[in-house]
Design a protein around this ligand. Structure first.
Ligand code: IFM
Length: 452
């Protein structure tokens, strides 16, 4: 995609929300401090071979103790919005029941500090760190999930609803249900279709019921939820590859937005997995309950995907043809860089109808950053942001109500099963000392938002 020589935040209009996002399990650390209970990521990371390099999220970026300094950096870079998530087990160590006053106090301090600095908090309720105690009783596969989630959301709204107006119910439900409950590569490491089906259904219900609860408990709330999305392209124009792409698309892009919009789970011809999902969850009974009129939806696009038919892959019968194999630009995660595809995904979500506003609630990339004489000259990340922001602007100019971009992420952090190796931050972290160094992409963002 071409981008003009001079391109700044001014082009997006004065009301466009410029933000930066983090997540509790990836940033806070302090995993047993002040009465916090364990989350599924604390226990999962103890299992040999599950996290690269045997990394643990126990300390992460120590945001729990360094939040004031980190918020100063958010401010210094010029962001207006700060998106963070609440660690469920920090405020409810057993997931339900007893409230941990110190945990509650931490988020009051964090929110107050945001407000003091003039940063608008966007609070994610669930960003993948289920309390371990709830996982012992089945976690997202349990019929009790909605009851547990209701308790958590109620505590959050009652505590923070007077100060926080912007709420995000779930972060990428397709991510945590597929990676954590089908493929077993994320916490809690469960596998199998039946676990996946139950987790999907409970997540779809919690997404909508959570929205209704926030609406009831927080007057004037602005409520969203986020979806991962990836355009899926067939490797060839052979029918078997085209159908493989359609199946992958239904799972990756349609599984959660369509129930939220009141359409129920997607259906695709010749994809018996989805028929099974409908049956397993008695989906016809739940169309209304899975629907919620979100004020905004968050979309998060990290890669586009090329797939081909593969009879050996159960159910899906499709496998990825990697970006490196196809020799197309990609990040350090091996994820294809394709801003045109991002533009098409924004348009596609908008064209569903029923979506009132879109915010890009995460966008960013990992690259092999190197520090030379205290400088991280991450030109590839700057170029990435230029391309992806240009895609947002193009969609906006064509009438899509896309009103915000939250960079992922503030500091390098714990990248789930990839450990600390992939670096997504605008700010470099030396994990041995916790020293922060603003990367050139951080400075670039600052200048871009200043309009210079
Ligand atoms: O780090 C994650 C984040 O937690 C959810 N969205 C994708 C990011 C990059 O993998």
């Amino acid at each position: 995609m071409q981008h003009p020589q001079h391109f700044s935040a001014n082009s997006f209009g004065k009301d466009f929300l410029w933000g930066v996002a983090i997540a509790a399990a990836q940033n806070e650390g302090a995993h047993t401090a002040d009465g916090r209970g364990l989350s599924i990521w604390d226990t999962f990371s103890r299992r040999p071979g599950k996290i690269k390099g045997g990394a643990k999220p126990y300390e992460a970026c120590d945001f729990y103790h360094r939040y004031k300094d980190d918020l100063m950096l958010v401010k210094a870079l010029g962001f207006k919005v700060f998106r963070f998530s609440i660690s469920w087990s920090r405020i409810l160590p057993e997931g339900i029941g007893r409230v941990n006053k110190e945990g509650i106090a931490f988020y009051h301090r964090l929110i107050d500090e945001c407000l003091l600095l003039g940063l608008v908090p966007y609070v994610t309720l669930y960003h993948w760190d289920l309390p371990q105690e709830l996982q012992r009783n089945g976690g997202w596969t349990s019929h009790q999930m909605l009851k547990w989630f209701t308790r958590f959301v109620t505590v959050c709204c009652e505590e923070y609803g007077g100060k926080v107006k912007n709420w995000i119910i779930l972060n990428e439900p397709m991510g945590f249900t597929s990676l954590g409950y089908m493929l077993g590569v994320h916490a809690p490491g469960k596998t199998g279709i039946s676990n996946f089906f139950s987790a999907v259904h409970n997540a779809a219900l919690c997404q909508a019921e959570g929205g209704r609860l926030v609406r009831a408990l927080v007057p004037g709330a602005n409520i969203g939820t986020t979806f991962s999305c990836s355009e899926v392209m067939p490797y060839t124009q052979r029918e078997e590859d085209i159908l493989a792409a359609k199946r992958a698309d239904a799972l990756l892009n349609r599984l959660f937005i369509e129930p939220a919009l009141g359409r129920g789970y997607p259906q695709v011809d010749h994809f018996p997995l989805l028929d099974k999902l409908h049956l397993h969850n008695k989906a016809w009974k739940y169309t209304e309950r899975m629907r919620f009129n979100f004020d905004f939806i968050g979309i998060q696009n990290y890669f586009s995907l090329t797939v081909r038919y593969n009879a050996l892959i159960p159910y899906l019968h499709a496998s990825e043809v990697k970006a490196a194999t196809r020799k197309v630009p990609h990040t350090a995660m091996g994820w294809e860089i394709n801003a045109d595809s991002f533009y098409r995904m924004i348009k596609r979500f908008w064209l569903y109808g029923g979506v009132k506003e879109i915010i890009v609630t995460e966008g960013g990339a990992a690259f092999k950053d190197t520090m030379v004489n205290g400088v991280v000259d991450d030109a590839d990340r700057i170029d990435y942001f230029k391309q992806y922001l240009q895609a947002v602007l193009r969609a906006k100019k064509e009438g899509v109500n896309v009103n915000g971009y939250f960079a992922w992420t503030l500091t390098d952090n714990f990248e789930w099963s990839e450990g600390y190796h992939p670096r997504f931050g605008l700010i470099h972290v030396d994990f041995a000392t916790q020293l922060r160094t603003i990367k050139n992409s951080g400075y670039w963002f600052r200048d871009f938002m200043r309009g210079s």
